[in-house]
Design a protein around this ligand. Structure first.
Ligand code: HEM
Length: 180
């Protein structure tokens, strides 16, 4: 996983729960003293140990925890990838371009990084469907990212979102619409 995401995770835990909690989590995940560099790529196992220990330490529901973290990621995600985002775009446009533009840039900037494959189909002016495919099986993080993007554009109150698991492992449908 991209060091940027791992660094944001550390910042998120420290901001929400303090240094002592982060130290406990990283010790239990055998990642104490790990210095995180936003330009490096880390094994998924480190990220999953840290997330797993955080969920235990905070007695959190995994889906809700991932969604909150995804939501918290957005301001810096939009800052770092600003060059790829047309200022005229709003929530639905950003979502529509995520795979072709942002996740594509993530992959070409660093071939070791593997964001999920999102198959995005515009269903109408105010609705689209995202098919999420990833062996990491964490679509709730994406749900949080979508809500964070809508919040960024002041469109969160109008956002309607539905996550459905499919019969295939690691494949989920995310239906998104904007109510008028
Ligand atoms: C501004 C738009 C976005 C940017 C710049 C962005 C960027 C990134 C980056 C850098 C990663 C780390 C990849 C890795 O380390 O392998 C990532 C992962 C991820 N992205 Fe995005 N993303 C964006 C929008 C979205 C959206 C709309 C979704 C909605 C489904 C999404 C879902 C995810 C998920 C779930 C992951 C975690 C890895 C996985 O599940 O395999 N992203 N993204």
């Amino acid at each position: 996983m991209h060091g940027f995401i791992l660094l944001e995770f550390e910042k998120y835990i420290i901001k929400e729960h303090g240094f002592a909690v982060w130290n406990n989590i990283s010790r239990k995940a055998n990642a104490e003293g790990l210095s995180i560099d936003a330009t490096q790529v880390y094994p998924d196992s480190i990220v999953f140990s840290l997330v797993g220990e955080a969920i235990k330490e905070l007695d959190a529901e995994p889906g809700t925890f991932l969604e909150r973290f995804g939501y918290a990621l957005v301001p810096n995600l939009l800052k770092v990838y600003k060059a790829y985002i047309d200022p005229a775009w709003r929530t639905m446009d950003v979502l529509e371009h995520t795979e072709r533009t942002m996740h594509h840039a993530v992959r070409t900037n660093n071939p070791e990084v593997t964001p999920p494959i999102l198959e995005i189909t515009r269903k109408g002016p105010k609705s689209l469907q995202i098919i999420y495919r990833s062996k990491r099986n964490i679509p709730q993080l994406g749900v949080g990212v979508i809500k964070g993007i809508a919040n960024h554009y002041g469109e969160l109150p109008k956002l309607h979102l539905h996550l459905t698991q499919t019969a295939e492992d690691g494949v989920y449908l995310i239906d998104v619409s904007m109510l008028s």
